[in-house]
Write a protein that binds this ligand. Structure first.
Ligand SMILES: Nc1ncnc2c1ncn2[C@@H]1O[C@H](COP(=O)(O)OP(=O)(O)O)[C@@H](O)[C@H]1O
Ligand SMILES: O=P(O)(O)OC[C@H](O)CO
Length: 493
């Protein structure tokens, strides 16, 4: 029997999941991952803790499935993207805690150099923002004692979390990453598919710290035999949103997926051509297979499920996330109440770090249900803003595949279809991120013949058709834009 193992190293947890050939789960194990916040706007992880959890999770998943290392056909890795690790090649120890994608410590540098945005975007598809790895790595080289001279001597290695795990899984033999993770560093030229000397010079990064970049489905060697009771072949790597795109089998231009967890990431396959957004979306590598690159447009929203967590933990309006479904259904509409969850600013397409959240349109009749429903609707409105931006980039979406912890909520999924005015499709396997990594590994191992073979195994579970009239959706959206206009910061671009 085929067994594919995926490591899914995320921002809040590390998971290992074993799938059969059709994406059914055979076993899994999960560890919660703490973050530290040593200064305002700083977010760090202990990279050694991440590695220890990864080993424990793989062992746990094997035990859960009742399988041994020898039973696994191949291993794939997927990971939180952009998070930056710098370690000593001699002893394998990180020289500093990992700087997490959410960390804003380099925002002053980015503000100062906004005039380079267009130049950077043309090479990387990204924006000059602290979100991406480049400025985090510069910060490490400038602030860790001796780091810069040691990096120039070739003594230090940089990597996103996939590289860090690969280094450890192979006992320090391989310093590699894949094209999707490289595309999130702001050091990789995604048109030419190589590390870019001009970018390296601008960010003052010595080439000697960089990993080798391979295809997303490629031979990545084997795990150290002592780790899991036998060597396991490693056959795939992809950043988590790209892996979800693969797990949702969005292999044709125009196909899209949106993942609703803490935040929301919408990825649209744009095919073999690098297309720059004119509407403040990111361009990125969706996957690189057999040397051929497929590109995507991506819209990132910082707060989706996090708004539900806020209703529960800060406002105490609900006791559990699942209650929101019944509460939202209990009223016909929010009666003009909007919640703009700009708790940490607004992401795409606004990119307004100074905006702050608000609840607008309250009357004496407004109650808990209105606020809860407005929080769920804000997820649909934000997604609609992304889709409208994509449409302006001349790429209209005809349906959206959804996944992530929020979409178990049927009301939310229906509301997405209504506000987006396109069908929303929920698959049978909602662990699409891990599944995408397993698919890549299976492709390398010869378990799957092709992407078409993988696509034939993807199964829809529920299709939500728009039920709301277009005119009503338009009116609600106008109210949302009015609400957003009120929370935007005065100096936003
Ligand atoms: N039934 C539900 N309705 C609405 N939101 C939910 C529901 N269940 C979970 N969530 C939200 O989904 C998020 C968890 O999704 P998950 O995909 O596990 O997130 P992440 O991978 O970002 O940690 C949480 O923010 C939670 O509030
Ligand atoms: O770990 P997640 O699922 O929150 O995803 C993080 C993203 O990759 C950040 O770009």
């Amino acid at each position: 029997m085929t067994a594919l193992l995926a490591i899914d190293q995320g921002t809040t947890s590390t998971r290992a999941i074993i799938f059969d050939i059709n994406g059914n789960k055979l076993g899994s194990s999960q560890c919660e991952l703490p973050q530290s916040f040593p200064n305002p706007g700083w977010v760090e992880h202990d990279a050694v803790h991440i590695w220890d959890d990864t080993v424990a999770c793989v062992q746990g998943a094997l035990a859960d499935a009742g399988l041994a290392a020898d039973d696994i056909d191949a291993l794939g890795i997927t990971n939180q993207r952009e998070t930056t690790v710098l370690w000593d090649r001699a002893n394998g120890q990180p020289v500093h805690p990992a700087i997490v994608w959410q960390d804003r410590r380099t925002s002053a540098f980015c503000q100062q150099h906004q005039d380079r945005n267009d130049w950077l975007n043309e090479k990387t598809g990204l924006l000059l923002d602290p979100y991406f790895s480049a400025t985090k790595l510069t910060w490490l080289l400038d602030n860790v004692p001796d780091a810069r001279v040691r990096a120039e001597r070739g003594e230090l290695a940089f990597g996103t979390i996939d590289s860090w795990l690969m280094w450890n899984l192979t006992g320090g033999r391989l310093h590699v990453t894949d094209a999707t993770n490289a595309s999130r560093t702001a050091l990789f030229n995604i048109a030419r598919n190589e590390w870019d000397d001009e970018l390296l010079a601008f960010f003052k990064i010595p080439r000697a710290v960089l990993p080798e970049v391979r295809d997303s489905a490629a031979d990545y060697g084997e795990t150290e035999p002592g780790l899991f009771g036998g060597a396991i072949a490693i056959g795939g790597i992809a950043g988590d949103q790209q892996a979800a795109t693969i797990g949702q089998a969005c292999f044709k231009p125009g196909m899209s997926k949106s993942t609703y967890g803490t935040g929301c990431f919408l990825v649209l396959n744009t095919g073999s051509e690098f297309k720059r957004s004119q509407n403040r979306l990111l361009s990125t590598i969706a996957y690189r297979i057999k040397g051929e690159t497929t590109y995507a447009l991506e819209g990132s929203i910082f707060v989706a499920g996090a708004a539900v967590q806020w209703l529960r933990d800060a406002m105490h309006l609900i006791r559990a996330a699942g209650e929101t479904e019944k509460i939202a259904k209990s009223i016909p509409d929010t009666d003009g109440v909007y919640l703009v969850p700009a708790f940490t600013g607004l992401g795409a397409p606004y990119w307004d770090p100074e905006a702050r959240g608000a609840i607008l349109g309250l009357t004496r009749d407004s109650g808990i249900a209105h606020i809860v429903r407005a929080a769920l609707e804000s997820v649909g409105y934000q997604t609609r803003d992304l889709i409208d931006a994509m449409e302006k980039d001349a790429l209209a979406l005809t349906e959206l595949r959804v996944d992530g912890g929020m979409v178990v909520n049927d009301w939310l999924s229906q509301s997405l279809a209504d506000l987006l005015q396109i069908p929303v499709v929920r698959p049978e396997t909602v662990e699409t991120t891990a599944l995408g990594a397993a698919f890549l590994a299976g492709l390398t191992a010869g378990v799957y013949e092709s992407l078409e073979d993988i696509a034939s195994r993807w199964r829809a579970q529920t299709r939500f058709e728009p039920q709301m009239e277009a005119a009503r959706a338009k009116k609600l959206l106008a109210g949302w834009h009015d609400a957003v206009a009120r929370v935007r910061s005065a100096n936003a671009v």
